[in-house]
Write a new protein. Structure first.
Length: 274
């Protein structure tokens, strides 16, 4: 693996042209503000075309499928389609379809872990932990390259706990160095909370429920946002330039504007205000 992990970063980018529409089949969804109708796990979405592409991809939000716009498989779709199952799609081999869908969920989880590990390795301040991060990264990538039986018997709970502990150590190191004294709101219920212009620099917001929270102008530099629910949170004018473990799907689920400051590795969502 290259020292700069360029190859892995590219493999963690979704390539729908090399996937068999797994997210459009394997995952369930329910009629809500995010989806226009119900769909069971393993049932192809009615918008999935014969070429495995979405028939309404260019107009998902206006068609009532906002939930699809915030989903990112992190490259798991093409890995499962082309590597694990060697290009044999679920339509060609319906007997293995259920197995393929189950493997997709596992590999997607592993790719999420790989993305966070890559971010941790990019932090100069975490240099003392780089050897352990590198070893863990390579081991998780090797697990994701395994065959279907090994993936389906993987102890994901234990692996999540191991990687989570390592990332927590990175987070604690970063926050104590860059923004000591940050608030601990891990797992807090902050649904609809008024946090406008709040000083949340260095805060522990892991798993916090920030649905529809008012975060306009908030300082979120070095805040740990692993697993934070930012659906409909208003990040207009907020500073997330150094936010830890913030992901593109979290941004896509939120609201913001041209004044929101983002990490260089992330992209401003197209639906945000300008």
């Amino acid at each position: 693996m290259p020292d700069d992990h360029t190859d892995l970063r590219q493999r963690l980018q979704a390539d729908c042209s090399r996937c068999f529409g797994l997210c459009c089949v394997a995952l369930p969804f329910a009629a809500s503000a995010d989806f226009a109708f119900d769909k069971a796990a393993g049932e192809p979405c009615t918008n999935l075309r014969s070429d495995f592409r979405c028939g309404i991809h260019a107009r998902l939000r206006e068609s009532g499928f906002r939930g699809c716009t915030v989903f990112d498989c992190g490259g798991a779709g093409q890995r499962v389609s082309q590597q694990t199952f060697a290009g044999q799609d679920w339509r060609q081999d319906p007997l293995r379809a259920r197995e393929m869908f189950a493997v997709f969920a596992v590999v997607r989880h592993l790719h999420d872990l790989l993305g966070h590990l890559l971010e941790a390795l990019a932090l100069a301040e975490s240099a003392a932990l780089h050897p352990e991060l590198t070893e863990t990264l390579e081991r998780v990538d090797a697990l994701a390259a395994g065959d279907a039986p090994s993936l389906l018997t993987l102890d994901r709970v234990a692996l999540q706990a191991e990687v989570g502990d390592l990332l927590l150590r990175v987070s604690a190191l970063m926050r104590s160095t860059a923004a000591p004294g940050g608030a601990s709101r891990r797992g807090a219920d902050l649904v609809g909370a008024d946090l406008r212009r709040a000083d949340l620099a260095g805060a522990d917001l892991r798993g916090a429920l920030l649905v529809a929270a008012r975060l306009e102008g908030a300082d979120l530099r070095w805040a740990d946002l692993v697993g934070a629910d930012l659906r409909d949170a208003d990040l207009s004018g907020a500073d997330l330039s150094d936010a830890l473990f913030l992901t593109q799907p979290q941004l896509e689920a939120s609201r913001g504007d041209e004044a929101t400051v983002l990490p260089e590795r992330l992209t401003r969502p197209s639906h945000w205000r300008v």
